[in-house]
Design a protein around this ligand. Structure first.
Ligand SMILES: NC(=O)c1ccc[n+]([C@@H]2O[C@H](COP(=O)([O-])OP(=O)(O)OC[C@H]3O[C@@H](n4cnc5c(N)ncnc54)[C@H](OP(=O)(O)O)[C@@H]3O)[C@@H](O)[C@H]2O)c1
Length: 402
């Protein structure tokens, strides 16, 4: 019998966390849960701890006393306790399902300790790509992507040398506004943006899918992960999310990975690699008659300016991808709180980006500095937009009496 591998699930109470725990529930002979973390949802974490009985359960967003809980095991509370989860007894695999730049330090620590990191948190690679890749080299661990597109690329490349790869094409569903005309997008509400047509995900990534910022983050993630030039990574819209990505090789062969749109497939792949573990829920994945025809279309970059802004930030590098990520996190939160509109979300991110250049970044301190500055500037841009919305300039007065 194969020895059971210990898995720490960071962000256990989120969407990827839930999918991961579904996979782990079905494979108790292969994996055991060593640690679980949440940011503030103690009640949900308590339920999970009762079920999985990990070595530690960590709440990273609280300071001080823990509210009443039923699980009587080892609770850790405080911002640094995510590291306790990574270092918990028996952890061999860390599944990083945190949202935002909060995932960066846990990514670095996992790799420095030589763990297998199953990485859903793309923001780690966008903000700290070169640091992450050098931590991987130093620590001698493994980095397996969980994002479905990058899992697809990993599966298609299957260890072939980088010089054989001509082009990687990531697919995008196009999100809920794929068919909305540009002039209607200004009216899009958070409720509309949260209604994703093919994927059931956490709120932040769902909004990022609606603005296509998510696809820009994924383009950056792809060239960091696979060591490609930015112009080797393209994107195509594929509304049914069956083809998860394509890799074209120098000899003209193109490989694609196909499967139903469930995150449980890439999660299982990242946990089990190089083995393909049998799973009755995720298989069978693709039925050519049921799931065809496979349709593709071009991205409408004019209606979704965050895609090009993010890709350009990633291509130029330095502080720019950090600023893009931070500005986007702040703007998404403001949109979800109804403080700004859908098109204003892109506007404030782009106005923040204009205040940065590609100044090189070589340490986590510099990353946090750029992140903090971008957050403050984005908040100012949000205030300016709100002021403008409540006091529209005279020339666009609805009374037309200037
Ligand atoms: N959802 C998907 O299908 C999907 C697909 C591909 C990639 N991803 C990527 O996977 C990551 C997670 O996405 P998700 O949709 O699962 O997010 P989510 O549902 O919002 O869950 C986020 C998790 O992280 C915790 N968390 C939130 N803020 C935190 C902070 N500041 N510090 C530490 N922990 C924090 C949350 O805890 P509480 O519950 O206590 O707040 C929750 O457990 C993102 O990077 C996303 O881009 C997601």
């Amino acid at each position: 019998m194969t020895k059971r591998q210990g898995v720490a699930v960071l962000g256990a109470t989120g969407s990827i966390g839930a999918s991961t725990l579904n996979v782990l529930r079905r494979h108790p002979d292969r994996f055991r849960v060593t640690a679980l973390t949440a940011h503030s949802n103690v009640e949900a974490l308590d339920e999970l701890a009762l079920e999985f009985d990990p070595a530690v359960a960590c709440v990273t967003g609280l300071e001080g006393d823990l509210p009443d809980v039923r699980w009587e095991g080892d609770w850790r509370v405080g911002p640094d306790t995510g590291f306790d989860a990574i270092e918990a007894d028996g952890t061999q695999i860390v599944l990083n399902a945190l949202v935002g730049i909060a995932g960066l330090e846990p990514t670095l620590r996992s790799l420095e300790l030589g763990k297998r990191l199953a990485l859903a948190n793309k923001e780690s690679l966008v903000t700290g790509g070169s640091l992450v890749m050098s931590a991987l080299e130093r620590g001698g661990g493994e980095l397996l992507p969980v994002d479905s597109e990058h899992s697809a690329v990993h599966q298609c490349i299957a260890g072939r040398p980088r010089h054989e790869i001509a082009q990687v094409t990531l697919t995008a569903s196009g999100g809920p506004f794929r068919e909305w005309p540009r002039d209607r997008l200004a009216e899009a509400r958070p409720e509309d943006a949260l209604a994703h047509p093919t994927w059931d995900m956490g709120a932040k990534i769902t909004i990022d899918s609606a603005t296509l910022a998510n696809k820009a983050l994924e383009v950056i993630e792809a060239y960091v992960l696979f060591g490609l030039d930015p112009d080797q990574v393209g994107v195509v819209i594929h509304p049914t999310s069956i083809v998860h990505s394509l890799v074209e090789f120098r000899d003209g062969s193109c490989l694609a990975q196909l499967g139903r749109p469930t995150m449980e497939i890439p999660i299982l792949y990242a946990l089990g690699f190089p083995e393909r573990i049998g799973d009755q829920r995720t298989a069978p994945g693709f039925d050519a008659l049921r799931d065809g025809p496979l349709e593709f279309e071009a991205l409408r970059t004019d209606a979704f300016p965050l895609f090009e802004a993010g890709v350009e930030a990633g291509t130029r590098g330095g502080e720019l991808p950090i600023a893009f990520n931070a500005a986007n996190e702040v703007a998404v939160a403001a949109f979800l709180q109804h403080r700004i509109g859908f098109m204003e979300l892109a506007e404030v991110v782009i106005s923040t980006l204009r205040q940065f250049d590609a100044a090189p970044v070589g340490s986590t301190e510099q990353i946090w500095q750029a992140d903090g500055r971008a957050r403050a500037l984005t908040e100012q841009a949000i205030q300016a937009v709100r002021l403008r919305d409540t006091n529209p300039p005279a020339e666009i007065s609805i009374f037309g009496e200037n």
